[in-house]
Design a binder for this molecule. Structure first.
Ligand code: GLN
Length: 492
Protein backbone atom coordinates (compact mmCIF):
# COMPACT_ATOMS: atom_id res chain seq x y z
CA UNK A 1 0.00 0.00 0.00
CA UNK A 2 1.41 3.40 -0.91
CA UNK A 3 -1.06 5.58 0.94
CA UNK A 4 -0.60 4.29 4.49
CA UNK A 5 0.06 7.87 5.64
CA UNK A 6 -3.47 8.85 4.63
CA UNK A 7 -5.11 6.50 7.13
CA UNK A 8 -6.78 7.73 10.30
CA UNK A 9 -5.79 6.14 13.60
CA UNK A 10 -8.91 3.99 13.58
CA UNK A 11 -8.13 2.82 10.04
CA UNK A 12 -4.54 2.05 11.05
CA UNK A 13 -5.75 0.13 14.09
CA UNK A 14 -8.25 -1.86 12.00
CA UNK A 15 -5.69 -2.46 9.24
CA UNK A 16 -3.16 -3.85 11.71
CA UNK A 17 -5.82 -6.02 13.34
CA UNK A 18 -6.91 -7.41 9.96
CA UNK A 19 -3.24 -7.98 8.98
CA UNK A 20 -3.65 -5.77 5.91
CA UNK A 21 -0.18 -4.46 6.76
CA UNK A 22 2.27 -4.95 9.58
CA UNK A 23 3.62 -2.38 12.00
CA UNK A 24 7.00 -2.93 10.35
CA UNK A 25 5.61 -1.96 6.92
CA UNK A 26 3.79 1.03 8.35
CA UNK A 27 6.85 2.19 10.30
CA UNK A 28 9.15 1.78 7.30
CA UNK A 29 6.66 3.73 5.21
CA UNK A 30 6.77 6.65 7.65
CA UNK A 31 10.57 6.52 8.01
CA UNK A 32 10.92 6.70 4.21
CA UNK A 33 8.60 9.68 4.02
CA UNK A 34 10.53 11.40 6.80
CA UNK A 35 13.84 10.88 4.99
CA UNK A 36 12.37 12.22 1.79
CA UNK A 37 10.14 15.08 2.92
CA UNK A 38 11.38 16.27 6.30
CA UNK A 39 14.46 18.06 4.95
CA UNK A 40 11.98 20.61 3.56
CA UNK A 41 9.90 20.85 6.72
CA UNK A 42 12.54 20.58 9.43
CA UNK A 43 10.28 19.00 12.00
CA UNK A 44 12.34 16.16 13.46
CA UNK A 45 15.27 16.89 15.80
CA UNK A 46 15.98 13.16 16.11
CA UNK A 47 14.62 10.32 13.98
CA UNK A 48 14.85 7.06 15.95
CA UNK A 49 15.06 4.63 13.03
CA UNK A 50 16.46 1.65 14.89
CA UNK A 51 14.30 2.06 17.98
CA UNK A 52 11.22 2.44 15.79
CA UNK A 53 11.90 -0.71 13.77
CA UNK A 54 12.66 -2.75 16.88
CA UNK A 55 9.45 -1.51 18.51
CA UNK A 56 7.52 -2.27 15.32
CA UNK A 57 8.84 -5.84 15.23
CA UNK A 58 7.98 -6.28 18.90
CA UNK A 59 4.49 -4.93 18.21
CA UNK A 60 4.01 -7.35 15.32
CA UNK A 61 5.12 -10.22 17.55
CA UNK A 62 2.66 -9.19 20.27
CA UNK A 63 -0.11 -9.06 17.71
CA UNK A 64 0.78 -12.53 16.43
CA UNK A 65 0.58 -13.73 20.02
CA UNK A 66 -2.89 -12.21 20.35
CA UNK A 67 -1.75 -9.61 22.89
CA UNK A 68 -2.32 -6.42 20.94
CA UNK A 69 -4.18 -3.34 22.19
CA UNK A 70 -5.95 -0.97 19.78
CA UNK A 71 -2.73 0.98 19.30
CA UNK A 72 -0.09 -1.77 19.27
CA UNK A 73 2.23 -0.95 16.39
CA UNK A 74 0.91 2.55 15.67
CA UNK A 75 3.70 5.15 15.15
CA UNK A 76 3.86 8.38 17.13
CA UNK A 77 6.17 11.41 17.30
CA UNK A 78 7.02 12.96 20.65
CA UNK A 79 7.69 16.63 21.25
CA UNK A 80 11.33 16.93 22.26
CA UNK A 81 10.28 18.06 25.72
CA UNK A 82 9.31 14.53 26.83
CA UNK A 83 12.21 12.61 28.34
CA UNK A 84 12.95 9.45 26.36
CA UNK A 85 15.29 6.90 27.86
CA UNK A 86 18.51 6.52 25.87
CA UNK A 87 17.37 9.09 23.31
CA UNK A 88 18.46 12.72 23.10
CA UNK A 89 15.96 15.07 24.76
CA UNK A 90 16.77 18.71 23.96
CA UNK A 91 13.74 20.94 24.62
CA UNK A 92 14.97 22.76 21.51
CA UNK A 93 17.92 24.17 23.43
CA UNK A 94 21.68 24.22 23.05
CA UNK A 95 21.65 23.76 26.83
CA UNK A 96 20.37 20.19 26.39
CA UNK A 97 21.90 19.38 23.01
CA UNK A 98 24.03 16.68 24.67
CA UNK A 99 21.37 15.38 27.09
CA UNK A 100 20.46 11.70 26.81
CA UNK A 101 17.64 11.08 29.25
CA UNK A 102 18.18 8.21 31.70
CA UNK A 103 14.43 7.64 32.03
CA UNK A 104 11.11 7.91 30.19
CA UNK A 105 8.46 10.54 30.88
CA UNK A 106 5.26 8.88 32.09
CA UNK A 107 3.52 9.84 28.84
CA UNK A 108 6.27 8.10 26.87
CA UNK A 109 6.18 5.05 29.14
CA UNK A 110 2.39 4.82 28.79
CA UNK A 111 2.81 5.02 25.03
CA UNK A 112 5.28 2.15 25.12
CA UNK A 113 2.92 0.10 27.29
CA UNK A 114 0.16 0.65 24.74
CA UNK A 115 2.51 -0.55 21.99
CA UNK A 116 3.12 2.79 20.26
CA UNK A 117 6.18 2.98 18.02
CA UNK A 118 8.41 6.06 18.51
CA UNK A 119 9.39 7.59 15.15
CA UNK A 120 11.42 10.32 16.80
CA UNK A 121 11.54 13.59 18.69
CA UNK A 122 10.20 16.76 17.13
CA UNK A 123 11.17 20.40 17.15
CA UNK A 124 9.82 23.11 19.42
CA UNK A 125 10.51 26.60 20.67
CA UNK A 126 13.39 26.58 23.13
CA UNK A 127 12.05 25.34 26.48
CA UNK A 128 8.54 25.76 25.00
CA UNK A 129 8.81 29.54 25.15
CA UNK A 130 7.36 31.03 22.01
CA UNK A 131 4.59 30.89 19.43
CA UNK A 132 6.48 30.18 16.22
CA UNK A 133 9.01 27.35 16.80
CA UNK A 134 11.66 29.73 15.46
CA UNK A 135 13.49 30.01 18.78
CA UNK A 136 14.73 26.42 18.59
CA UNK A 137 18.49 25.84 18.63
CA UNK A 138 17.83 23.50 15.67
CA UNK A 139 16.34 26.21 13.48
CA UNK A 140 12.81 27.00 12.40
CA UNK A 141 10.30 24.31 11.45
CA UNK A 142 8.23 25.18 8.36
CA UNK A 143 4.46 25.17 8.06
CA UNK A 144 3.48 22.34 5.67
CA UNK A 145 0.70 24.53 4.23
CA UNK A 146 3.17 27.25 3.20
CA UNK A 147 6.85 26.57 3.73
CA UNK A 148 7.72 30.24 4.18
CA UNK A 149 5.38 30.39 7.21
CA UNK A 150 5.80 29.19 10.78
CA UNK A 151 3.85 26.16 12.06
CA UNK A 152 3.11 28.00 15.31
CA UNK A 153 4.58 27.12 18.66
CA UNK A 154 5.82 25.97 20.87
CA UNK A 155 4.72 22.47 19.66
CA UNK A 156 5.41 23.47 16.04
CA UNK A 157 7.24 20.25 15.22
CA UNK A 158 4.34 18.14 16.53
CA UNK A 159 1.92 20.07 14.31
CA UNK A 160 4.18 20.00 11.25
CA UNK A 161 4.79 16.24 11.36
CA UNK A 162 1.08 15.50 11.42
CA UNK A 163 0.19 18.11 8.79
CA UNK A 164 2.92 16.79 6.46
CA UNK A 165 1.90 13.16 7.12
CA UNK A 166 5.24 12.40 8.74
CA UNK A 167 3.51 10.86 11.78
CA UNK A 168 -0.16 9.91 12.24
CA UNK A 169 -0.36 11.75 15.57
CA UNK A 170 1.96 13.45 18.03
CA UNK A 171 2.27 14.48 21.64
CA UNK A 172 2.49 18.14 22.58
CA UNK A 173 2.54 20.33 25.65
CA UNK A 174 0.54 23.46 26.31
CA UNK A 175 1.59 26.04 28.90
CA UNK A 176 -0.20 28.94 27.26
CA UNK A 177 -1.51 27.58 23.98
CA UNK A 178 1.33 25.49 22.59
CA UNK A 179 -0.92 22.61 21.54
CA UNK A 180 -3.89 24.66 20.36
CA UNK A 181 -2.16 27.45 18.44
CA UNK A 182 0.10 25.22 16.29
CA UNK A 183 -2.90 22.93 15.70
CA UNK A 184 -4.76 26.00 14.48
CA UNK A 185 -1.86 27.20 12.27
CA UNK A 186 -1.48 23.72 10.69
CA UNK A 187 -5.15 22.75 10.22
CA UNK A 188 -5.18 20.12 12.97
CA UNK A 189 -7.13 19.17 16.05
CA UNK A 190 -5.31 19.61 19.39
CA UNK A 191 -6.51 19.08 22.94
CA UNK A 192 -5.16 20.75 26.07
CA UNK A 193 -6.55 18.67 28.96
CA UNK A 194 -7.57 19.83 32.43
CA UNK A 195 -4.50 20.58 34.59
CA UNK A 196 -3.70 17.32 36.40
CA UNK A 197 -5.30 14.97 33.85
CA UNK A 198 -2.00 14.00 32.19
CA UNK A 199 1.19 13.36 34.14
CA UNK A 200 3.91 16.01 33.93
CA UNK A 201 6.57 13.57 35.15
CA UNK A 202 9.52 13.62 32.79
CA UNK A 203 8.33 16.68 30.87
CA UNK A 204 11.04 19.36 30.89
CA UNK A 205 9.43 22.03 33.06
CA UNK A 206 8.59 25.50 31.77
CA UNK A 207 5.91 26.88 34.12
CA UNK A 208 4.81 24.05 36.38
CA UNK A 209 1.41 25.42 37.42
CA UNK A 210 0.44 25.86 33.75
CA UNK A 211 2.16 23.00 31.86
CA UNK A 212 -0.06 20.22 30.57
CA UNK A 213 0.47 17.59 27.86
CA UNK A 214 -2.06 16.51 25.26
CA UNK A 215 -2.63 14.98 21.82
CA UNK A 216 -2.27 16.62 18.39
CA UNK A 217 -3.80 14.90 15.38
CA UNK A 218 -6.03 15.38 12.34
CA UNK A 219 -9.35 14.76 14.03
CA UNK A 220 -11.01 14.61 17.42
CA UNK A 221 -11.27 10.86 16.91
CA UNK A 222 -7.51 10.53 16.40
CA UNK A 223 -6.91 12.73 19.46
CA UNK A 224 -9.24 10.53 21.51
CA UNK A 225 -7.09 7.47 20.77
CA UNK A 226 -3.95 9.22 21.99
CA UNK A 227 -5.76 10.71 24.98
CA UNK A 228 -6.72 7.18 26.05
CA UNK A 229 -2.99 6.48 26.32
CA UNK A 230 -1.87 9.79 27.86
CA UNK A 231 -4.50 10.42 30.56
CA UNK A 232 -4.33 9.01 34.05
CA UNK A 233 -3.11 9.44 37.59
CA UNK A 234 0.62 9.21 38.24
CA UNK A 235 2.03 8.84 41.73
CA UNK A 236 5.26 10.41 40.42
CA UNK A 237 3.51 13.75 39.73
CA UNK A 238 2.02 15.30 42.86
CA UNK A 239 -0.26 17.56 40.80
CA UNK A 240 -1.66 14.66 38.83
CA UNK A 241 -5.25 14.00 39.90
CA UNK A 242 -6.48 10.59 41.00
CA UNK A 243 -9.71 10.51 39.05
CA UNK A 244 -11.06 7.74 36.86
CA UNK A 245 -10.14 8.10 33.19
CA UNK A 246 -12.91 8.03 30.64
CA UNK A 247 -12.75 6.07 27.41
CA UNK A 248 -12.43 9.03 25.07
CA UNK A 249 -12.93 6.93 21.95
CA UNK A 250 -16.05 5.18 23.23
CA UNK A 251 -17.48 8.56 24.28
CA UNK A 252 -17.03 10.28 20.93
CA UNK A 253 -20.77 10.24 20.32
CA UNK A 254 -21.81 10.68 23.94
CA UNK A 255 -22.48 14.42 23.75
CA UNK A 256 -25.30 15.62 21.57
CA UNK A 257 -25.15 19.03 19.94
CA UNK A 258 -28.92 19.34 20.37
CA UNK A 259 -29.40 22.04 22.95
CA UNK A 260 -25.67 22.35 23.74
CA UNK A 261 -25.20 25.90 25.05
CA UNK A 262 -22.14 27.53 23.48
CA UNK A 263 -21.03 30.78 25.11
CA UNK A 264 -19.75 33.54 22.84
CA UNK A 265 -17.67 35.98 24.89
CA UNK A 266 -18.43 39.52 23.65
CA UNK A 267 -14.98 40.74 24.63
CA UNK A 268 -13.21 38.08 22.54
CA UNK A 269 -14.67 39.23 19.27
CA UNK A 270 -13.71 42.86 19.87
CA UNK A 271 -9.99 42.25 20.32
CA UNK A 272 -8.06 44.81 18.25
CA UNK A 273 -5.72 42.38 16.47
CA UNK A 274 -8.44 39.88 15.43
CA UNK A 275 -7.99 39.18 11.71
CA UNK A 276 -11.13 39.57 9.58
CA UNK A 277 -10.79 36.18 7.87
CA UNK A 278 -10.24 34.41 11.20
CA UNK A 279 -13.31 36.10 12.65
CA UNK A 280 -15.38 35.17 9.59
CA UNK A 281 -14.35 31.48 9.61
CA UNK A 282 -14.98 31.19 13.36
CA UNK A 283 -18.40 32.78 12.99
CA UNK A 284 -19.25 30.42 10.11
CA UNK A 285 -18.25 27.43 12.23
CA UNK A 286 -20.49 28.67 15.04
CA UNK A 287 -23.36 29.00 12.57
CA UNK A 288 -22.72 25.40 11.50
CA UNK A 289 -22.79 24.25 15.13
CA UNK A 290 -26.06 26.14 15.51
CA UNK A 291 -27.48 24.32 12.47
CA UNK A 292 -26.44 21.07 14.11
CA UNK A 293 -28.53 21.94 17.17
CA UNK A 294 -26.33 24.04 19.44
CA UNK A 295 -27.64 27.22 21.06
CA UNK A 296 -25.38 30.28 20.95
CA UNK A 297 -25.43 32.42 24.08
CA UNK A 298 -23.65 35.76 24.37
CA UNK A 299 -21.60 35.92 27.56
CA UNK A 300 -19.17 38.26 29.30
CA UNK A 301 -15.59 37.44 30.19
CA UNK A 302 -14.67 40.70 31.81
CA UNK A 303 -11.08 39.84 32.68
CA UNK A 304 -9.93 39.51 29.05
CA UNK A 305 -7.60 42.52 29.22
CA UNK A 306 -5.73 41.02 32.19
CA UNK A 307 -4.83 37.73 30.49
CA UNK A 308 -1.58 38.74 28.79
CA UNK A 309 -0.02 40.72 31.68
CA UNK A 310 -0.98 38.04 34.22
CA UNK A 311 0.38 35.14 32.18
CA UNK A 312 3.56 37.00 31.28
CA UNK A 313 4.34 37.47 34.97
CA UNK A 314 3.47 34.02 36.23
CA UNK A 315 4.98 31.99 33.37
CA UNK A 316 8.38 33.77 33.41
CA UNK A 317 8.45 33.71 37.23
CA UNK A 318 8.01 29.94 37.28
CA UNK A 319 10.41 29.56 34.34
CA UNK A 320 13.14 31.52 36.11
CA UNK A 321 12.81 29.17 39.06
CA UNK A 322 12.61 25.97 36.96
CA UNK A 323 15.52 26.89 34.72
CA UNK A 324 17.87 27.67 37.62
CA UNK A 325 18.80 23.96 37.57
CA UNK A 326 20.78 24.42 34.35
CA UNK A 327 24.07 25.50 35.87
CA UNK A 328 26.63 23.76 33.67
CA UNK A 329 27.52 21.39 36.49
CA UNK A 330 25.25 18.37 36.61
CA UNK A 331 24.19 17.94 33.00
CA UNK A 332 23.69 19.94 29.86
CA UNK A 333 25.90 22.54 28.27
CA UNK A 334 29.09 23.57 30.08
CA UNK A 335 31.19 26.58 29.07
CA UNK A 336 34.80 25.83 28.24
CA UNK A 337 37.73 26.87 30.42
CA UNK A 338 35.82 28.57 33.22
CA UNK A 339 37.94 30.79 35.46
CA UNK A 340 35.95 30.00 38.58
CA UNK A 341 32.57 28.64 39.60
CA UNK A 342 30.77 31.94 39.01
CA UNK A 343 32.25 32.22 35.54
CA UNK A 344 31.12 28.63 34.89
CA UNK A 345 27.52 29.44 35.88
CA UNK A 346 27.43 32.72 34.03
CA UNK A 347 28.93 31.61 30.77
CA UNK A 348 27.20 28.21 30.68
CA UNK A 349 23.86 29.96 31.03
CA UNK A 350 24.55 32.84 28.66
CA UNK A 351 26.02 30.55 26.00
CA UNK A 352 23.54 27.70 26.51
CA UNK A 353 20.25 29.67 26.55
CA UNK A 354 18.87 31.61 23.59
CA UNK A 355 17.59 35.20 23.65
CA UNK A 356 13.92 34.53 24.39
CA UNK A 357 14.73 32.17 27.27
CA UNK A 358 17.13 34.71 28.77
CA UNK A 359 14.50 37.44 28.43
CA UNK A 360 11.98 35.33 30.36
CA UNK A 361 14.49 34.41 33.07
CA UNK A 362 15.22 38.11 33.56
CA UNK A 363 11.53 39.09 33.71
CA UNK A 364 10.76 36.23 36.06
CA UNK A 365 13.68 36.83 38.37
CA UNK A 366 12.76 40.50 38.56
CA UNK A 367 9.13 39.73 39.38
CA UNK A 368 10.19 37.33 42.15
CA UNK A 369 12.84 39.54 43.70
CA UNK A 370 12.32 40.71 47.29
CA UNK A 371 11.21 44.27 46.57
CA UNK A 372 8.79 43.38 43.78
CA UNK A 373 7.35 40.01 44.78
CA UNK A 374 4.13 41.42 46.28
CA UNK A 375 3.66 44.06 43.61
CA UNK A 376 4.00 41.63 40.71
CA UNK A 377 3.90 37.91 41.49
CA UNK A 378 1.38 37.98 44.35
CA UNK A 379 -0.80 40.46 42.49
CA UNK A 380 -0.71 38.29 39.36
CA UNK A 381 -1.78 35.27 41.42
CA UNK A 382 -4.77 37.25 42.73
CA UNK A 383 -5.78 38.30 39.23
CA UNK A 384 -5.35 34.68 38.16
CA UNK A 385 -8.03 33.70 40.66
CA UNK A 386 -10.37 36.37 39.29
CA UNK A 387 -9.83 35.03 35.77
CA UNK A 388 -10.74 31.54 36.96
CA UNK A 389 -13.87 32.86 38.70
CA UNK A 390 -14.88 34.68 35.53
CA UNK A 391 -14.87 31.34 33.66
CA UNK A 392 -16.71 29.50 36.42
CA UNK A 393 -19.42 32.15 36.39
CA UNK A 394 -19.76 31.71 32.62
CA UNK A 395 -20.08 27.94 33.02
CA UNK A 396 -23.20 28.50 35.15
CA UNK A 397 -24.81 29.75 31.95
CA UNK A 398 -23.23 27.66 29.19
CA UNK A 399 -21.73 24.22 28.53
CA UNK A 400 -18.72 25.29 26.47
CA UNK A 401 -17.17 28.60 25.44
CA UNK A 402 -16.17 29.36 21.85
CA UNK A 403 -13.31 31.58 20.74
CA UNK A 404 -10.79 31.92 17.97
CA UNK A 405 -7.68 29.90 18.86
CA UNK A 406 -5.42 32.70 17.69
CA UNK A 407 -6.14 36.21 16.39
CA UNK A 408 -4.35 35.49 13.10
CA UNK A 409 -3.29 32.66 10.84
CA UNK A 410 0.39 31.54 10.65
CA UNK A 411 3.04 34.27 10.52
CA UNK A 412 5.72 34.45 7.87
CA UNK A 413 9.06 33.01 9.00
CA UNK A 414 11.32 35.76 10.26
CA UNK A 415 8.48 38.28 10.44
CA UNK A 416 10.57 39.40 13.45
CA UNK A 417 7.59 40.12 15.59
CA UNK A 418 8.72 42.06 18.59
CA UNK A 419 8.27 40.04 21.78
CA UNK A 420 5.31 42.04 23.07
CA UNK A 421 3.48 41.64 19.78
CA UNK A 422 4.11 37.91 19.96
CA UNK A 423 2.80 37.77 23.55
CA UNK A 424 -0.40 39.55 22.47
CA UNK A 425 -1.01 36.73 19.98
CA UNK A 426 -1.57 34.42 22.96
CA UNK A 427 -4.65 36.32 24.15
CA UNK A 428 -7.15 33.53 23.39
CA UNK A 429 -5.20 30.60 24.78
CA UNK A 430 -3.40 31.62 27.98
CA UNK A 431 -6.39 32.22 30.27
CA UNK A 432 -7.32 28.55 29.90
CA UNK A 433 -3.96 27.56 31.43
CA UNK A 434 -4.23 30.19 34.16
CA UNK A 435 -7.59 28.66 35.12
CA UNK A 436 -6.45 25.03 34.57
CA UNK A 437 -9.34 24.33 32.19
CA UNK A 438 -9.44 21.99 29.17
CA UNK A 439 -9.76 23.38 25.64
CA UNK A 440 -9.60 22.10 22.09
CA UNK A 441 -8.73 23.66 18.75
CA UNK A 442 -10.23 22.35 15.53
CA UNK A 443 -9.81 23.44 11.88
CA UNK A 444 -12.72 25.47 10.47
CA UNK A 445 -11.48 26.75 7.10
CA UNK A 446 -8.87 28.96 5.51
CA UNK A 447 -7.93 32.59 5.01
CA UNK A 448 -7.32 34.27 1.64
CA UNK A 449 -3.82 32.73 1.45
CA UNK A 450 -5.17 29.23 2.12
CA UNK A 451 -3.71 29.17 5.64
CA UNK A 452 -5.79 27.22 8.17
CA UNK A 453 -8.01 28.87 10.80
CA UNK A 454 -8.85 27.25 14.14
CA UNK A 455 -11.92 27.37 16.38
CA UNK A 456 -11.28 26.94 20.08
CA UNK A 457 -13.80 25.39 22.46
CA UNK A 458 -13.15 25.78 26.19
CA UNK A 459 -14.82 23.40 28.61
CA UNK A 460 -15.37 23.19 32.34
CA UNK A 461 -12.99 21.06 34.44
CA UNK A 462 -12.73 17.39 33.32
CA UNK A 463 -14.83 17.93 30.22
CA UNK A 464 -12.22 16.76 27.71
CA UNK A 465 -14.48 13.91 26.68
CA UNK A 466 -17.30 16.36 25.97
CA UNK A 467 -14.97 18.66 23.98
CA UNK A 468 -13.73 15.77 21.85
CA UNK A 469 -17.30 14.65 21.30
CA UNK A 470 -18.51 18.12 20.26
CA UNK A 471 -15.67 18.48 17.76
CA UNK A 472 -16.28 14.92 16.54
CA UNK A 473 -19.93 15.78 15.76
CA UNK A 474 -18.78 18.90 13.91
CA UNK A 475 -16.21 16.86 11.97
CA UNK A 476 -18.86 14.29 10.99
CA UNK A 477 -20.71 17.14 9.26
CA UNK A 478 -17.73 19.02 7.75
CA UNK A 479 -14.49 18.12 5.99
CA UNK A 480 -11.98 20.79 7.02
CA UNK A 481 -10.01 18.25 9.06
CA UNK A 482 -9.58 15.93 6.07
CA UNK A 483 -7.91 18.54 3.85
CA UNK A 484 -4.22 18.09 3.26
CA UNK A 485 -1.31 20.47 2.80
CA UNK A 486 0.25 20.12 -0.67
CA UNK A 487 3.47 18.69 0.71
CA UNK A 488 1.52 15.95 2.48
CA UNK A 489 0.28 14.66 -0.87
CA UNK A 490 3.78 13.69 -1.97
CA UNK A 491 4.30 9.95 -2.17
CA UNK A 492 7.01 8.18 -0.27
N1 GLN B 1 3.34 31.28 23.51
C1 GLN B 1 3.24 31.04 24.90
C2 GLN B 1 4.58 31.31 25.58
O1 GLN B 1 5.48 31.64 24.89
C3 GLN B 1 2.78 29.64 25.19
C4 GLN B 1 3.87 28.64 25.07
C5 GLN B 1 3.44 27.27 25.56
O2 GLN B 1 2.26 26.98 25.70
N2 GLN B 1 4.41 26.46 25.88
O3 GLN B 1 4.72 31.20 26.73
Amino acid sequence: MTDLHRLSIREISEGLAAAKFSSRELTEHYLKRIAKIDPQVGSYVTVTNDVALAQADAADALRQAGQATALTGVPVAHKDIFCTQGIKTTAGSKMLDNFISPYDATVVAQGKNAGLVTLGKVNMDEFAMGSTSESSFYGATKNPWALDHVPGGSSGGSAAVVAADLAPFATGTDTGGSIRQPASFCGLTGLKPTYGRVSRYGIIAYASSLDQAGPMARSAEDCAYLMNVMAGHDAKDSTSVDKAVEDYVANLNATTLKGLRIGIPKQYFNVAGLDAAVKARVEESLKKLEELGAVLVEIDLNMTESYVPTYYLIAPAEASSNLSRYDGVRYGYRAENPQDILDLYKRSRSEGFGAEVQRRILIGTYALSAGYYDAYYVKAQKVRRLIQQDFLKAFEQVDVIAAPTAPTTAYKIGASLDPVEMYLGDIYTIAVNLAGLPAISAPVGFDQDHLPVGLQLIGNYWSESQLLSVVHQYQQATDWHTQRAAIAEENA
